[in-house]
Design a protein around this ligand. Structure first.
Ligand SMILES: *Cc1c(COP(=O)(O)O)cnc(C)c1O
Length: 340
């Protein structure tokens, strides 16, 4: 058993007993030959859930994003995304390294860009301007405190993309958290995107894995890129089986994570050490500190058995997840009140 309460990320979850059992009894084969029935099953089910033709299982969400960007673009193209985007900040400069693509960063509303912003930032087709070929949205937005898009805003962005012949990719690492709040249909949402990356190792509680979905022709090309990136796995069905288990068992409960996050926010609101608390809409809580640095605050917190993560000098992030229950919530609330 873990001795501390871990709110650093929703990636810290361990596979549950039921998930482990599903993994151990998976039927597998060589997935590079397309013969792993569990991988094929997870890819098909995820694609179907989002109304897409095909899926591609990858080791990480970074890989599904990077494979998508590589598949949608040519070197020297430009892609458009928000300043907070994970693809830009947290993927090691992979857009430049893997795709030779440059980025036009737009300051959105807590990570969410608008159709008008996109429209105003598409380069005209002069030889001396990079060719704008791709728009990437993130939903929910990690670094903006788990904010999510309204379906109509996505629709408007997608219309601008279609009109200007741009592809639209969604970094949907936490798309199920967004859908749990909006109640929007996954199929209708996905219909506005050419591709979506979906993480299974976040709120869904899997140890490893993300799935990229899109049309057949796109996924065929993406499968080749995945191999080039070194992401072609063999008996990956043991991992895919965790994903299948998660689709069956771990989506319905995401709202519990959101409720717990909101309870933490209620207490934080009244804490004198807080400078600003971003609105808490899903499972992410981000706040800045008045006097302490994030390092000092996190030290005090971990001395009392709770861990968060620093986002720069003054900001702290907590993320609620499958392995954070009501008992841990009560303890966390108590610790925060003590620190106040
Ligand atoms: C976690 C995350 C990813 C993928 O990260 P991996 O650690 O590579 O799985 C992508 N986008 C966002 C917004 C994320 O939070």
């Amino acid at each position: 058993m873990q001795k501390f309460i871990d709110l650093r990320s929703d990636t810290v979850t361990r596979p549950s007993k039921g998930m482990l059992k599903a993994m151990m009894s998976a039927t597998v084969g060589d997935d590079v030959f397309g013969e792993d029935t569990s991988v094929n099953n997870l890819e098909e089910r995820t694609a179907k859930l989002f109304g897409k033709e095909a899926g591609l299982f990858c080791p990480s969400g970074t890989m599904t994003n990077q494979v998508a960007i590589k598949t949608h673009t040519q070197p020297s193209d430009e892609l458009i995304c928000d300043t907070h985007a994970h693809i830009y900040i947290n993927e090691g400069g992979g857009i430049a390294f893997n795709s030779g693509v440059q980025v036009k960063l737009l300051p959105g509303d807590r990570g969410r860009i608008s159709a008008q912003q996109v429209s105003e930032n598409i380069n005209p087709a002069f030889d001396w301007l990079p060719r704008t070929s791709l728009v990437c949205l993130e939903n929910t937005v990690n670094r903006a405190g788990g904010s999510y898009y309204k379906l109509n805003d996505i629709k408007e962005i997608s219309e601008v993309c279609k009109k200007n012949n741009l592809k639209l990719h969604l970094d949907g690492a936490r798309i199920f958290n967004a859908l749990a709040e909006t109640g929007d249909s996954p199929v209708e949402t996905a219909n506005y995107f050419d591709s979506i990356s979906i993480c299974f190792s976040k709120g869904l509680g899997c140890p490893v894995g993300s799935v990229l979905v899109g049309d057949k022709e796109f996924i065929k090309r993406a499968r080749r890129v995945r191999k080039v990136f070194g992401g072609g796995m063999r008996q990956a069905g043991f991992l895919a089986a965790a994903g299948i288990y998660a689709l069956d068992n771990n989506i319905k409960r995401l709202k519990d994570d959101h409720l717990r996050a909101k309870k933490i926010a209620e207490v934080l609101k009244n804490c004198s050490f807080i400078e600003e608390l971003l609105p808490v809409e899903t499972n992410i809580i981000i706040f800045s500190l008045k006097e302490m640095t994030s390092e000092e605050f996190l030290k005090k917190l971990s001395d009392k058995g709770v861990k968060g993560i620093g986002f720069g000098k003054k900001m702290v992030r907590f993320v609620t997840h499958l392995d954070f229950d009501d008992t841990m919530l009560e303890k966390t609330l108590k610790v925060l009140k003590e620190l106040n």
